[in-house]
Design a protein around this ligand. Structure first.
Ligand code: HQG
Length: 184
């Protein structure tokens, strides 16, 4: 039985962060050939020597949230990229409000300088506060959830991009559109 979480982490590493370690080339929208990814992964671990397309499909279907997508013979990560080289992204109208979970230590800096991509290509926001809380929980045992007035930001020229059903991206969100979220 394949460990799908382990597989997903390796796929994210290959498609978000270090494609060159897997001898992969991503196109300007992050796509690479499924067959190339599979050949690279088969060499990575003894349990993956027979890895096939169906294992990747199972991995995507079993994930609590969508991280990767397959179209035809191609696969890509939906978000999370830290690879150099700008990805072509299509601007899209965001939900009214978006949420970002972070550590208490980062709040002052974010409320001054806005949300920055830091080590990734984009700022990541969630459609709901509970997801943002979980995301922030990766950074601190006492995460803080921020609310982004996405409609105002969008109308004032901040570009938003849809990562998945849950995740929205931007290059920078100025502080004027951000406040600390208080659950109703
Ligand atoms: C912080 C996971 C100081 C920001 C998650 C965050 C997400 C600032 C950290 C996705 C700042 C970057 C991405 C500023 C931003 N001053 N700190 N001006 N602006 N920051 O991990 O959003 O499960 O790169 O608050 O679910 O935590 O892997 O980004 O704490 O969707 O699929 O800089 O990764 O997805 O941290 O997480 P990260 P993130 P997966």
């Amino acid at each position: 039985m394949i460990d799908l979480t382990k597989l997903s982490k390796a796929v994210s590493r290959a498609l978000r962060h270090q494609p060159w370690l897997f001898e992969l080339e991503l196109d300007n929208q992050g796509w690479t050939r499924v067959e190339d990814l599979l050949s690279a992964l088969r060499k990575e671990s003894p349990e993956w020597t027979d890895l096939g397309m169906s294992d990747l499909r199972l991995m995507i279907a079993a994930a609590a949230k969508p991280r990767h997508e397959i179209q035809g013979q191609m696969i890509r990560a939906l978000y999370g990229h830290s690879t150099p080289g700008a990805l072509v992204m299509v601007r899209s109208a965001p939900p009214d409000e978006l949420f970002h979970g972070t550590s208490p230590e980062s709040i002052r800096s974010i409320l001054t300088g806005g949300l920055l991509p830091m080590g990734r290509q984009s700022v990541h926001m969630s459609k709901d506060p509970s997801t943002a809380f979980l995301v922030g929980g990766r950074k601190s045992p006492h995460p803080v959830v921020l609310s982004v007035d996405a409609t105002s930001a969008n109308s004032r020229g901040v570009m938003f991009f849809r990562g998945s059903d849950i995740v929205w991206l931007a290059k920078h969100v100025p502080a004027e559109f951000i406040r600390i979220y208080k659950a109703p």
